[in-house]
Design a protein around this ligand. Structure first.
Ligand code: SAM
Ligand code: DTB
Ligand code: SF4
Length: 330
């Protein structure tokens, strides 16, 4: 990371101004409205000032507890409220998780992200998840978990077990949020993010494009992320994966240029954060992905499965990075 929250500079960031947390919706909307090439050019400039633009960080995902979730997130195949053909399973064993983590490491991933389809973890689950975090760290990988809402005590326990990142997304703008989720509020998400930050864990927080939101909602989501008290270290931008059986299975497709614009605006407003080109790559052309990298995306999920849905295979991704002259960061 080149630029710190207090504005001190290192590496690529020399000469770069302090990070902002006072973006207005109008300013961000104006970025979205720039001519496409101008927007991507500005984002690419900031990317170069802060990072080596040839490097892409790669994370591998594992669903450690799949399906049967009591929440009603309209995009999610793991909600018990929809029939998306995902079988509810119990929390995986430590051994099985470590087997997957070793395979991910052998495949070249530097971060292992474990996701659980919970509204919030129970205290007895925490013992098992903390053992997984310790085990994965023992393999020399960075760790990330996404377990839903947390209490202060749970956030502190995760920190004590050595957790590097906690993923908890805002998903969309505060105004559009109620169209997508009714079982948990935006404020509850902000509260969990605050507890994670306070515990000293790096924050991974982003959202989804393609749920029927308009460009003003995309701007609202970026404002909410960029105006957090500190920028999330990692900002996953997901393209909705439309899963049959979920309420969003027939959502209108997003123009790929509009997706690239969202990546570019995330890069401009949060210039020192890792911006992850997250879900949705399975159906994305190589050209669109290349534009995302040009617009400042510098991280991907790597490996043939996200949590429950497909992702490009490792060979296909390595071939793409190679073709583009990009390399996995170590
Ligand atoms: N249950 C926890 C929670 O919601 O915080 C953790 C897992 S949840 C699957 C993590 C994130 O995955 C969601 O916040 C959402 O942004 C993303 N996600 C889930 N289903 C998706 C889909 N069909 N397309 C794109 N992103 C999706
Ligand atoms: C995030 O923002 N995207 C990842 C991760 N955080 C946990 C999850 C994507 C899930 C896509 C749908 C699925 O595979 O179930
Ligand atoms: Fe549950 Fe998370 Fe899916 Fe929402 S996104 S239904 S909380 S697993």
């Amino acid at each position: 990371m080149a630029l710190t929250e207090n504005g001190s500079l290192s590496g690529f960031a020399a000469g770069f101004p302090q990070l902002r947390h006072d973006w207005t919706r109008e300013e961000v909307r104006a970025l979205f409205d720039l001519p496409f090439t101008e927007l991507v050019f500005r984002a690419a400039q900031l990317h170069r000032q802060n990072f080596d633009p040839a490097e892409v960080q790669i994370s591998t995902l594992l669903s450690i507890k799949t399906g049967g979730c009591p929440e009603d997130c309209a995009y999610c195949p793991q909600s018990a409220k929809y029939d998306a053909g995902v079988k509810a399973e119990k929390l995986m064993s430590l051994d099985a998780v470590l087997r997957e983590a070793r395979a991910a490491k052998a495949g070249g991933a530097t971060r292992f992200c474990m996701g659980a389809a919970w509204r919030e973890p129970k205290d007895r689950d925490m013992d098992k998840v903390c053992a997984m975090i310790e085990g994965v760290r023992g393999l020399g990988m960075e760790t990330c978990v996404t377990l839903g809402m947390l209490t202060q005590a749970q956030a502190r326990r995760l920190k004590d077990s050595g957790l590097d990142y906690y993923n908890h997304n805002l998903d969309t703008s505060p105004e559009f949020y109620g169209e997508i989720i009714t079982t948990r509020t935006y404020q509850e998400r902000l509260d969990t993010l605050g507890l994670v930050r306070e515990a000293g864990i790096h924050v991974c927080c982003g959202g989804i494009v393609g749920m029927g939101e308009d460009v003003s909602d995309r701007a609202g989501m970026i404002v909410a992320l960029a105006n957090l008290p500190a920028h999330p270290e990692s900002v996953p931008i997901n393209m909705l994966v439309k899963v049959e059986g979920t309420p969003l299975e027939t959502a209108a497709p997003v123009d790929p240029f509009d997706f690239v614009r969202t990546i570019a605006v995330a890069r401009i407003t949060m210039p020192a954060s890792m911006v992850r080109l997250s879900a949705g790559r399975e159906d994305m052309s190589e050209e669109t992905q290349a534009l995302c990298f040009l617009a400042g995306a510098n991280s991907i999920f790597y490996g043939p499965k996200l949590l429950t849905t497909p992702n490009p295979g490792r060979d296909r991704d390595m071939a793409l990075l190679d073709k583009l002259g990009l390399r996995p960061s170590l």
